[in-house]
Design a protein around this ligand. Structure first.
Ligand code: BEZ
Ligand code: FE
Length: 292
């Protein structure tokens, strides 16, 4: 008979996987048990520390609801979301890089004519975003769908401030034109803190980390026959580009935002000067052939 010992802890638990009939679950649990036992042996938590950890995990679950996902926030702030994202969307030469979706995407934003203004609260500095949707071969993609969203100039998404911001503020979907071009009006994005009123915020503060994300516009681009891409446009010069709380920045996604003072340049976009503008081409890779 063999009983549980400190030295044999991992082997004791792994022996109980012998009857598992799911090879992927066996692989995942073998690795999880291996790393967890190694972690505990390295850290040697006291009983009080172990209980603190249990309470942290309990609070993380308890604060979640249909609008708040603290587990994703934990994964984001530990770099795990970006690691999973990067492994699953390894860079393809010439294609726009992927980054985190984040918890504030809303499906079914209104489809708007090109050039529409998605700002519904009248706050912030107007900003014209334009570019083209192309294949990795440089061919324009007509009718691609661009789903865009961002925070207000106060640093909150509309769904974080019901009753304060108009519903659907700073969200919209656009179809690219026949030559692959797209353009819309928004406000210049600002850097903002991820939610800090839960256990993840307390953990960040405990680690001496700030909660800020650098200014960005979220974008999902999709088109028939191509792989969709979930990405951001980041603002060059933002002070948080190198310390994004969720590790989402990729150099290829950083763009210059230029301020334009000339009223004649503003008129064609339906904005008043001064306004900001940036250009961001999206390059999609062809969809993988269906497995036969
Ligand atoms: C966001 O950019 O919306 C976001 C991403 C990850 C965590 C929190 C917010
Ligand atoms: Fe965001």
């Amino acid at each position: 008979m063999s009983f549980f010992t400190e030295a044999g802890s991992e082997a004791a638990v792994l022996a109980r996987l012998a009857e598992c009939r799911n090879p992927r679950l066996t692989q995942v649990m073998t690795s999880a048990v291996h790393h967890l036992h190694a972690f505990v042996k390295e850290v040697e938590p006291s009983m009080e520390e172990w209980m603190q950890a249990i309470q942290f995990l309990t609070r993380t679950g308890q604060i979640c609801d249909d609008k708040r996902q603290e587990w994703i926030l934990l994964s984001d702030t530990l770099g795990v979301s970006m690691l999973v994202e990067t492994i699953n969307h390894r860079a393809t030469a010439g294609a726009t890089e992927q980054t985190v979706l984040g918890p504030f995407h809303v499906t079914g934003a209104p489809v708007l004519p090109l050039g529409s203004n998605i700002c519904r609260d009248g706050k912030g500095a107007p900003c014209v975003v334009r570019g083209r949707v192309l294949g990795v071969d440089g061919q324009p993609i007509a009718g691609a769908l661009l789903d865009v969203w961002q925070t207000s100039e106060d640093g909150f998404y509309d769904i974080q401030q019901p009753g304060i911001q108009p519903e659907g503020n700073l969200r919209g979907r656009f179809h690219s034109a026949a030559d692959g071009s797209y353009w819309f009006v928004t406000v210049k994005p600002c850097s903002y803190p991820i939610p800090t009123d839960g256990p993840v915020g307390a953990l960040l503060a405990g680690m001496g980390r700030h909660p800020y994300r650098p200014a960005h516009i979220h974008l999902i681009a999709s088109a028939e026959g191509f792989e969709p891409v979930t990405t951001h446009i980041f603002v060059k010069g933002d002070p948080y580009l190198e310390s994004d709380a969720v590790f989402g920045v990729k150099e290829s996604l950083i763009r210059e935002f230029v301020e334009v003072a000339d009223p004649a340049a503003a008129a064609p976009w339906g904005v008043t000067a001064p306004f900001w503008t940036t250009e961001f081409d999206v390059r999609l890779k062809p969809a993988a052939a269906p497995a036969s």
